[in-house]
Ligand binder design. Structure first.
Ligand SMILES: [Mn+2]
Length: 197
């Protein structure tokens, strides 16, 4: 049974297409028009071992906000769709990833309930190319709201903005991979005592 999600989202501000295959091999084809964001989505697919296609055309003449946010919303929705009934998955995942001087700790529960806890260094360069670094939290909020997962992301220390953001996406990718992978001991079992996820 394939675990794929496909979401198309069109507004006056953006048009987004996201396709994700949770059981992929990290094949990524991403274009949002925001170079650094493409680089982050590339990390997500590569380190999550998801096959990921993202095509976003947004109102970049205003700024990159709508383009980044709407892509994250569609990505969250596609991820949820791909998870399907969640039978036989690990459900929980965590990963800690260093990138030189920066460290990201990510823990996820594919719980069906949206909740984000996020901390990162307050002092950071405001922009990485066209990417506004305050958007990282906004991306995570948007993804969580649509994917309906509990996500805790912490960067206890870090100095370089590129590193601080990138280690978060790498750790997120791995944590999502571990949580969404099939547990060979749990075939046919829904990982919840409540009987619903
Ligand atoms: Mn917004």
């Amino acid at each position: 049974m394939s675990r794929v999600g496909r979401v198309e989202r069109s507004t006056k501000e953006t048009s987004v297409l996201v396709e994700i295959d949770l059981d992929g091999s990290g094949k990524v084809d991403v274009s949002t028009g925001v170079g650094f964001y493409d680089h982050m989505l590339d990390q997500l697919g590569r380190h999550g071992l998801f096959d990921l296609t993202v095509k976003t055309e947004g109102d970049l003449h205003i700024d990159s906000h709508h383009t980044i946010e709407d892509t994250a919303l569609a990505l969250g929705a596609a991820f949820k769709q791909a998870l399907g009934d969640k039978v036989g998955i690990y459900r929980f995942g965590n990963c800690t990833v260093p990138l030189d001087e920066s460290l990201a700790q990510v823990t996820v529960d594919l719980s069906g309930r949206p909740y984000l806890v996020h901390t990162e260094p307050e002092k950071m360069a405001p922009m990485i190319g066209e990417y506004d670094t305050t958007m990282t939290r906004h991306i995570l909020e948007s993804f969580v709201a649509q994917a309906q997962i509990a996500l805790h992301v912490h960067v206890p220390y870090g100095r370089n903005a590129h590193h601080i953001v990138e280690c978060q996406f790498k750790a997120l990718a791995r944590a999502l991979r571990y949580a969404s992978e099939r547990d060979p001991r749990a075939a046919g079992i829904l990982p919840s005592t409540k009987g619903a996820l």
